[in-house]
Design a protein around this ligand. Structure first.
Ligand SMILES: Nc1ncnc2c1ncn2[C@@H]1O[C@H](COP(=O)(O)OP(=O)(O)OP(=O)(O)O)[C@@H](O)[C@H]1O
Ligand SMILES: [Mg+2]
Length: 470
C-alpha cells in the first residue's frame, strides 16, 4: 500500500518551503549578499521558516567577542574581538611551549620535576618515587617542623610541575620555565613565551559574550529592551573584590549582538514600537553599546562601547501591520534588501499538487508521533487545501496557509493513533475536519452566524440582569 513514507524529503531546509518560490529566491540572495529581508504575509505561510532557512545558508561565525576586566576602570570593561586563528595561536603559546629532551634540561630542574635521583643522579621515569638504582626517595616530602618533631613520615610529597629558572639563549641569559606534562614530557617556555602568557593573564579574566559556536539564527521574541539590546546584571555585593562580581562578569549581550554575523529575526516587527529606532541605529552602525538599563542597579554605571552587531535583519509582519512600521526602518531594510509579499494560495496544477504531497510527508516526519498517510487521505487533505483557498482567500488553487493545514494533518494522525491504525486514512481526515472547525464555523452551524451567537449571549445576560434587579 502506498503511503507518504515513500516521499523523499529534501535535505536543504530551503527546499522544505513550498509555494513561496519568490521569497525563497530572495532569501538565497539575502544570505549570499548579506541583505535584509522584510517578509509580509498572512499567518502560517512560512515567514519564520524562510528566516530560519536563510540563517542555515550562512557560513559559521568568524569572530568571537569577549569582555575583559579593565584594571584601571572596571566599569568600562575592555572589548576584544578575536578570529579563530588568533584564538588558536594564543592557545598554542599558552598551552604548548616547546617540547625538550631530558638532556636539554638542567639537572636541578630534572630533580625538582621528579625525573632525577638527588643521591646518585640517575634519570628515571617520573612515576617512580624511589630511585631504581640506589633506592633513595626521588620526591621531596613536604614536611613541617611539627611533622619532624612528631616523626610523621607520611607527609605529602611535593612534586613540582613547573620550575622557573633561567636559560642561555643567543649568548644571553633569559628567564624560562620548564613544565612537566601529565604524560611525562617536558615543555620549555622561553622568555618570549612567558611574556605572552603574562600578557594574556593580565588581560584575563574574560567573559565570552559571543562564542564561535553560536547559532546564526536569533529570534527577538518580545518587545523587551534588555533582551534586544543587552544589559548589565545587578550584583547584590556591588563589585566587592572578594565576594562580588566584577563589572565585566555582569555584561549580558542582547539579541542584536547575538545575531552578529547571523540573522536577527523579528516577528511582528511593528509591535516593537519605540524599540524599532534602536534596531535602526544598530543596523546603521553595525555596533551597539551594552549598558545597564536599570538606573537603581549596580550595572547602571557599566558600559561597553562598540559591541559588534553586524546582522541580517529579517522582519516578518502581517499585511495589515505594514502601515505601523517605522518608515525609516522600512526604508533601511529595503535600501539594503528586499520586501516580499508571501502568497496565500498557489495555482492548481500537477507540480503544486506534488509539492503539497511533499508538505504532508514532511509534516508527518517532523511530528514523529503519527503514522504516514495513505493515498485517499492525501487526496482528502489536498481537496481541503482547495476548499480553503476558495473559502478564505476566494481563489481557485491550493491554500498556502499551511500551519492550519499542518494542524489538520496532525489531528487526523492523532485520530489514526487512537484507533491504532497504521496509516492515516480518509475517514481520519474527515473526522479531523469535523473536529477542527473554528468557533465561527461552529457558531454558523448552530446559530446561523457568529453575530447571532453574540446576540444570544447578550440577551441571556440582559435576562440575568433583569432577574437580578427583581
Ligand atoms: N511555505 C511553507 N512550506 C512548508 N511548510 C510551511 C510553509 N508555510 C508554513 N508551513 C508550515 O507551517 C508552520 C508554521 O510556519 P511559519 O511559522 O513559518 O509561519 P509564519 O508565516 O511565520 O506564521 P506567523 O505569521 O503566524 O508567525 C511551519 O512550521 C510549517 O510546518
Ligand atoms: Mg512566524
Amino acid at each position: 500500500m502506498w503511503t507518504t513514507s515513500e516521499i523523499a524529503i529534501p535535505s536543504n531546509p530551503l527546499d522544505f518551503i513550498i509555494g513561496q518560490d519568490e521569497a525563497v529566491s530572495f532569501a538565497r540572495i539575502a544570505a549570499k549578499q548579506r541583505r535584509n529581508l522584510l517578509l509580509v504575509g498572512p499567518p502560517g505561510t512560512g515567514k519564520s521558516l524562510i528566516a530560519q532557512a536563510l540563517a542555515h545558508l550562512l557560513p559559521r561565525p568568524l569572530q568571537e567577542v569577549s569582555v575583559l576586566h579593565n584594571p584601571s576602570t572596571p566599569e568600562k570593561p575592555i572589548l576584544e574581538v578575536r578570529s579563530q586563528e588568533q584564538i588558536a595561536s594564543e592557545a598554542k603559546t599558552f598551552h604548548e611551549g616547546k617540547i625538550v629532551s631530558l638532556t636539554q634540561v638542567p639537572f636541578q630542574v630534572l630533580e625538582r620535576l621528579g625525573f632525577k635521583c638527588k643521591r646518585c643522579g640517575l634519570t628515571s621515569d617520573v612515576n617512580a618515587s624511589v630511585c631504581p638504582d640506589c633506592g633513595a626517595d626521588k620526591y621531596k616530602k613536604e614536611t613541617t617542623l611539627l611533622d619532624e618533631f612528631t616523626f610523621r613520615f607520611d607527609a605529602p610529597i611535593k612534586l613540582e610541575k613547573t620550575v622557573h629558572t633561567t636559560i642561555q639563549k643567543n649568548g644571553r641569559e633569559e628567564r624560562a620555565a620548564f613544565e612537566r606534562s601529565d604524560d611525562g614530557k617536558i615543555f620549555l617556555y622561553d622568555g618570549e613565551a612567558l611574556a605572552k602568557i603574562e600578557k594574556e593573564r593580565q588581560r584575563k579574566p574574560r567573559k565570552i559574550l559571543l562564542s564561535l559556536e553560536r547559532k546564526t539564527f536569533v529570534q527577538a521574541t518580545s518587545a523587551s529592551e534588555t533582551e534586544l539590546l543587552g544589559d548589565v546584571k545587578h550584583d547584590p555585593y556591588g563589585g566587592h573584590p572578594k565576594i562580588g562580581l566584577q563589572p565585566f562578569e555582569c555584561i549580558v549581550p542582547g539579541a542584536v549582538h547575538e545575531a552578529h554575523e547571523g540573522v536577527l529575526f523579528i516577528d511582528e516587527l511593528s509591535t516593537l514600537g519605540r524599540l524599532q529606532k534602536f534596531i535602526l541605529t544598530a543596523m546603521q552602525d553595525k555596533q551597539f553599546p551594552i549598558t545597564g538599563k536599570n538606573a537603581s542597579s549596580t550595572g547602571a554605571s557599566v558600559r561597553v562601547d562598540s559591541v559588534p552587531c553586524d546582522f541580517i535583519l529579517v522582519g516578518a509582519i502581517n499585511t495589515a501591520e505594514v502601515p505601523s512600521l517605522l518608515p525609516a526602518l522600512r526604508s533601511r531594510i529595503t535600501g539594503n534588501g528586499y520586501e516580499v509579499l508571501l502568497k496565500a494560495t498557489m495555482p492548481e496544477n500537477k507540480q503544486n499538487k506534488e509539492k503539497l504531497v511533499q508538505f504532508i510527508a514532511q509534516e508527518i516526519r517532523k511530528d514523529g508521533k503519527i503514522p504516514h498517510a495513505d493515498k485517499q487521505a492525501v487526496e482528502k487533505i489536498i481537496s481541503e487545501a482547495k476548499n480553503r483557498a476558495k473559502q478564505i482567500d476566494d481563489k481557485n488553487g491550493y491554500t498556502l496557509r499551511l500551519r492550519e493545514l499542518s494542524g489538520l494533518v496532525k489531528l487526523a494522525g492523532d485520530l489514526a493513533v487512537s484507533e491504532e491504525a497504521n496509516a492515516i486514512q480518509a475517514k481520519h481526515v474527515e473526522q479531523a475536519l469535523e473536529r477542527s472547525k473554528t468557533i465561527e464555523e461552529q457558531a454558523t452551524e448552530q446559530y446561523g452566524s457568529l453575530w447571532k451567537t453574540q446576540a444570544s449571549d447578550y440577551s441571556t445576560k440582559k435576562r440575568k440582569n433583569s432577574t437580578d434587579v427583581v
